[in-house]
Write a protein that binds this ligand. Structure first.
Ligand code: ATP
Length: 235
């Protein structure tokens, strides 16, 4: 397993956000975490990327503990987070935003090549590279957030609600991008409220309910599960 999260609990002050969560991510494919608002999906990703502290349990990446490392050291190992709400830098240009993704690799000879690759994948970003990020549409900003993450040379990509607030045609495009990234050998942990999309893209899925894993299994299996259908797929 590339990532193993074992028995992790996180609290914000007295509020328990996740309890005893265990998740595994293999070297390949898409793992999704679905669940209602406030179920603890974002917190699970934040624990992996070091933005939230695990109070119990451990997290291993490539066999080594990362749950005591600061976020920058976790990024340096290749665990890269595309946060909820994109969090791009609005007053910076598209290209400056992309360069921030490569901050820990600055001066590396292949940064320029990676920038070209991001532009090849997202022609819209190339067209708009000198434009301030805040002037971009929601979909374009999501592409920018993904492009920025790719500039960090991820070995594992954590994506928090990439489809949020986007029009159906853009959501479809995001889905294709997730599939492409995974097919190119970078596994993805996808957090989604859009369970239909998530289960379609994922190989394996976890359901979080009030901070605990209530169900897990191959994505097609969960897609057919009656409880999942009633609670998350509106069937
Ligand atoms: P959403 O889809 O709304 O982001 P989520 O499944 O990602 O939901 P989390 O954001 O991980 O859920 O939140 C889990 C729980 O922790 C919720 O009860 C939430 O209110 C609480 N929580 C999250 N962030 C904080 C914080 N910074 N301070 C206090 N409580 C928090």
């Amino acid at each position: 397993m590339l990532l193993e999260m074992q028995g992790v609990s996180v609290s914000y002050g007295k509020v328990s956000a996740i309890t005893d969560v265990s998740i595994k991510v293999p070297e390949k494919g898409v793992v999704t975490i679905i669940g209602a608002n406030g179920a603890g999906k974002s917190t699970t990703l934040r624990a992996i990327s070091g933005l939230a502290r695990a109070r119990t349990g451990e997290i291993r990446f490539d066999g080594e503990r990362i749950d005591r490392l600061p976020p920058d050291r976790i990024v340096a190992r290749g665990v890269v987070h595309v946060p909820e709400g994109r969090r791009i830098f609005p007053e910076m240009t598209v290209e400056e935003n992309l360069h921030t993704g490569a901050f820990l690799r600055r001066g590396a000879p292949d940064v320029a090549t990676d920038l070209e690759k991001v532009y090849a994948r997202f022609p819209r970003l190339l067209e708009r590279r000198h434009q301030l990020a805040k002037t971009m549409s929601g979909g374009e900003q999501q592409m920018l957030a993904i492009g920025r993450a790719l500039m960090a040379k991820p070995r594992l990509l954590l994506m928090d609600e990439p489809s949020m607030g986007l029009a159906p045609v853009i959501v479809e495009e995001i889905g294709r991008i997730v599939e492409e990234i995974s097919a190119e050998g970078v596994p993805v942990v996808l957090v989604e409220q859009n369970a239909e999309l998530a289960l379609e893209l994922a190989d394996y899925a976890y359901v979080l309910e009030t901070g605990r894993v209530s169900l897990e299994g191959p994505a097609p299996e969960l897609h057919g599960n009656e409880h999942v259908r009633a609670a998350y797929l509106g069937v």
